[in-house]
Design a protein around this ligand. Structure first.
Ligand SMILES: [Zn+2]
Length: 274
């Protein structure tokens, strides 16, 4: 083994990455037409030093971490974009959270404790989240550091309010905008600094937008416009509509590539180096 090999190995062990666990919007789906882009709702892990300790959102994708080869840390930080069902439902079935040995911090806007303990309790779930003394709630107000990764929240346009996150690692900056309706003429204000990769809400087709104004989602076309505006290298479409088959998502990616060539669609297991 040469010195370069050793340095490369050391670099690999510390290079964090994002791992997409769920990229479906609104409700989980399953079946033959959803095999490639998956059926689980939004969750993205950040793997550092071989452990998944940090997550963006806890849709049903979070429960699939083992499927994608991730090992859960015993100290979790879960950063929520908002409290709609499709972003929190995986929390209720995250076994480690109920174990007691795992310390879980849940970060979100306003009052994460009130929002979550009102949702995860009888009669909607057999057990109450309130009273779990290993779970801590952190209203997010600014930049948070987790290992070599810096997370900066920003406000997006979604019913009831929601956040996007700018995630800066040692090697790349990724902007995560899972649920956002781009209103014509409005500017999405993002934290300063360059952006390498944009993960952006593309739930609707441009032709569907007129009937769905105010629902809080964008089209793939809005996503390409935004990626161009921020001069990103790569665009990843997410929050796929629950009715959208793998083939329909392929067609969306094809159309989006005409406007922004480096476009892909988020799928479970997709890994992005930070
Ligand atoms: Zn929502």
């Amino acid at each position: 083994m040469t010195l370069m090999d050793i340095l490369d190995a050391a670099h690999e062990s510390t290079q964090p990455s994002l791992v997409v666990l769920g990229s479906r919007g609104s409700i989980p789906v399953s079946g033959a037409k959803y095999t490639r882009f998956g059926g689980n709702t939004t969750s993205i892990a950040i793997e550092q030093d071989g452990l998944a300790a940090t997550f963006i959102d806890a849709g049903t994708g979070i429960n699939a971490y083992e499927e994608h080869g991730l090992v859960l840390s015993d100290q979790l930080s879960i950063f929520l974009t908002h409290y709609h069902w499709d972003h929190i439902q995986g929390l209720s079935m995250l076994g480690d959270m109920w174990g007691g040995d795992c310390i879980v911090e849940i970060w979100g806007s306003d009052d994460p404790k009130a929002s979550l303990s009102g949702a995860i309790r009888p009669p909607w779930f057999p057990v109450s989240l309130a009273g779990q003394d290993n779970v801590f709630y952190r209203p997010i107000e600014g930049v948070v550091h987790r290992g070599s990764v810096q997370l900066t929240p920003f406000t997006v346009n979604h019913p009831g309010g929601a956040l996007g996150y700018r995630i800066e690692g040692p090697g790349a900056v990724v902007l995560v905008v899972t649920d956002h309706e781009q209103v014509e003429g409005a500017v999405l204000k993002i934290p300063e600094g360059h952006v390498d990769v944009v993960i952006y809400d593309a739930q609707y087709l441009p032709s569907e937008m007129d009937g769905r104004r105010g629902w809080g989602h964008s089209s793939w076309k809005d996503a390409t416009t935004f990626a161009s505006e921020v001069d990103a290298d790569r665009l990843i479409l997410t929050s796929h509509d629950p009715g959208r088959s793998d083939d329909a998502i392929d067609a969306i990616v094809g159309a989006a590539q005409e406007m922004f060539p480096a476009t892909e669609a988020a799928r479970p297991g997709m890994r992005i180096s930070l």
